[in-house]
Design a protein around this ligand. Sequence first.
Ligand code: ASP
Length: 347
Amino acid sequence: MKNKSVLIIYTGGTIGMVNDPETGALCPFDFEQIARAVPEIRELGFGIDSYTLPEIIDSSDLQPGVWAELCRVIAERYDRYCGFVVLHGTDTMAYSASALSFMLGNLSKPVVFTGSQLPIGTVRTDGRENLITALEIAAAEKDGQAMVPEVCILFGAKLFRGNRTTKVDAERFDAFQSFNYPPLAEIGIHIHYNEDAIVDAPFHGGVEVFDRMDTHVAVLKLFPGIRPEIMDAVICTPGLRGLILESYGAGNAPTSDWFLARVKEAEERGIVVYNVTQCQGGSVEMGRYETSRGLIGCGVVSGYDSTIEAAVCKLMYLLACFSDVNEVKKYLNIPLKGEITPKRIGF
Ligand code: ASP
């Protein structure tokens, strides 16, 4: 009898898609077909069960309700499994992994997201390796504790912290990157865990689920030539509570009066303005350049080295947790699940 088991949760995505005979487009098929395509998973030495969400989707159709559903599925079965593998489309996988990192509290077991660039039934699929490795990581233990008690993404030869990860390539098998945090593990003949980079498991207690997200957020990417009316339209969106400004470089933005006046107006309307850089690597350092000093005066919060995916999810999560803007700002500044590295600068 196998004394430990992993639960695979199937949400959809390319890993489980086939070509629609009529249109030729890729559409989802079911988990049984995945298991038939990778019979080796039955020989891994631990039990494997599967659960398919009621509606399997291409992840471009994802809505935050799916995150709540995933949290419930995990929490309801938490005691029965040593880890969880979530099969998910790659397009929004970094958002889902980020969201679950905030929504699942006191996590002591791995939640490993994976998927593939080619459907699992195809000859050159990357899905087979990804699925097998994700399962091994979900079952890995050291001294009776999970090796990786966090929400992570396994793709190709690397395991990343979920809320540090971005999809960077629509074609290559190494489709994901984590620019500002080292991999949690590297996969070759052996799986090399980077134990210094992995969080410690909590001492006790079960998993806690926070299943609400406030979607009254917007992302405004700055570009040379952005017009005041565009900013007005975003800031005046009814119900808007959080605005991510995708700034240049180290968190820089135009210094023109019309621009800063609108950022100030957003703050005065009670909208939390969060500064996240358009660069994939590096950090926002407000005040380093003259072009970001004005934002400090407007009450803008630094996103430090956050990915845009983690920033969106953290903002949705905190806005659902707190009605008080100052509380939201306070927690934006603090790493909750290792998603940012705050950096203080000396001027
Ligand atoms: N469109 C697909 C999805 O995200 C792409 C993939 O799975 O790679 O569901």
